[in-house]
Design a protein around this ligand. Structure first.
Ligand SMILES: [Fe+2]
Ligand SMILES: [Fe+2]
Ligand SMILES: [Fe+2]
Length: 432
């Protein structure tokens, strides 16, 4: 009997995403976790409600998720960033597509808005959530916490530089809350700690929320957009993989609920790409060996991010084993036919099928004849499961139509996202 609801903790999910996103470069450190921690402590000191604190915390974990390139992430570490609006709007546009996260998206949208002596309390003809300004302050404090010096030696300097911007950049009430934390050494030590993840788990009192499978599918789709929208080269890839995997699973006899799980696995299989700079994903021409290693690690990151979720065990297994091969030549585990579950085999086929047939900005997708030739070779050498390839051949046109439709829908969503982003930037809604 299959449960219609799964108890998944949204806090853990957001934390898993934040961790992958910060793996983009060692210079980034644990930025999202630090901002979430500091924002939570500030919200607590300001006596906000539990729900406000919780939303500020999740928004802190995800606030820079719309900064796709490594350069943009590194630029945001500078105190006086020059183009702070775009990533905030991009992140909020993607996050708001998941209904339960609408208010979190709003917090993210304005997380670089200066206070400008209370004029920053309103923007776009509406009040700006106080949490946006708290995250802004936490963010600017976090970028000042360096791994190279004892954090306690930096507290005075950090507080002074923030206090100078009270009123102009930060809300005075929030700055006062920070200054009151000056002598609470443990807060600074927590923020700089290597163990910040466990500290967060102990500090933040978070509710465990129960999600229906449908909601989890929708949440996975949100993550899918975060992954795919990193580059126009990949803007529809995971949506195509998910659709092909679901259909192949149906032909193979998977139940309705199993098909929902495989849909989630399709959306999430490239989750580890959140750790890959868009500079590598969209590099024209050959990758260097160094870049190839960075790229190859994405499957491992997918595995590490999903593995802790017991209730999503199948999703994790199917999604993170998509580069394994039946003959043992895949990665990162080098599993072989004895260890590869059917769901993972389907995911591998769906991934290869989609990669071959999809159009990319720099090349057209392969036609049926050539795709079949590649798939046949891969089945003959037992890279992919020959029984599944046989089914692909028998249902080729249907599978390809389903892929095309799913990718067309995803492309429409991507174009709408780009247009919204452009419009928001043109309207100067984040003009600093
Ligand atoms: Fe930011
Ligand atoms: Fe940030
Ligand atoms: Fe993929």
């Amino acid at each position: 009997m299959f449960m219609q609801t799964l108890r998944v903790n949204i806090f853990d999910m957001a934390m898993a995403i934040a961790k992958v996103v910060d793996m983009i470069n060692t210079a980034i450190g644990r930025h999202h976790l630090q901002v979430a921690y500091l924002a939570y402590q500030l919200a607590d000191a300001l006596a906000l409600s539990d729900n406000e604190k919780f939303e500020i915390f999740i928004a802190g974990l995800l606030h820079d998720i719309g900064a796709f390139s490594l350069q943009e992430r590194l630029d945001l570490l500078e105190f006086e960033d020059t183009q702070p609006g775009e990533h905030a709007i991009a992140g909020s546009l993607i996050i708001k597509t998941f209904k339960p996260f609408e208010s979190i998206a709003k917090l993210i949208r304005y997380h670089h808005l200066p206070w400008r002596h209370a004029r920053g309390a309103f923007q776009d003809h509406a009040p700006v959530p106080v949490g946006s300004h708290i995250i802004h302050l936490a963010d600017r404090v976090a970028v000042k916490v360096s791994a190279d010096e004892p954090v306690l030696a930096m507290v005075s300097g950090i507080c002074e530089s923030i206090a100078k911007r009270s009123g102009e950049i930060f809300a005075p009430e929030h700055v006062d809350a920070l200054l009151a934390m000056r002598d609470r050494e443990y807060i600074w030590l927590d923020a700089a700690s290597n163990d910040i993840e466990n500290i967060l788990k102990r500090t933040v009192n978070y509710p465990s929320r129960e999600f229906s499978i449908q909601q989890l599918v929708e949440f996975s789709k949100l993550i899918c957009s975060l992954i795919d929208f990193k580059s126009e080269f990949t803007a529809t890839h995971s949506s195509g993989v998910a659709a092909v995997a679901v259909e192949l699973a149906r032909i193979t006899g998977f139940s309705r609920n199993e098909r929902r799980l495989i849909e989630m696995a399709g959306y999430l299989h490239d989750l580890g790409k959140l750790a890959i700079p868009s500079e590598i994903i969209e590099k024209p021409g050959q990758l260097t060996q160094h870049e190839r290693f960075v790229m190859r690690a994405h499957v491992y990151h997918t595995y590490q991010a999903l593995e802790p979720f017991q209730v999503l065990r199948l999703v994790s297994q199917w999604g993170s084993l998509h580069q394994e091969r039946l003959n043992g030549t895949g990665y990162p585990f080098g599993l072989d036919a004895d260890d590869l579950p059917l769901g993972a085999r389907i995911m591998a086929v769906a991934d290869v099928f989609t990669a071959l047939t999809e159009d990319r900005p720099y090349r057209k997708g392969m036609d049926a004849k050539n795709t079949k030739a590649v798939l046949k070779t891969m089945a003959d050498q037992e890279d992919l499961d020959p029984r599944l390839i046989d089914r692909v051949f028998r249902h080729y046109d249907m599978l390809n139509t389903i892929r095309k439709n799913a990718q067309k829908e995803a492309m429409d969503a991507y174009v709408a996202f780009q247009n919204d982003l452009e419009r928001s930037l043109k309207n100067g809604s984040m003009q600093v």
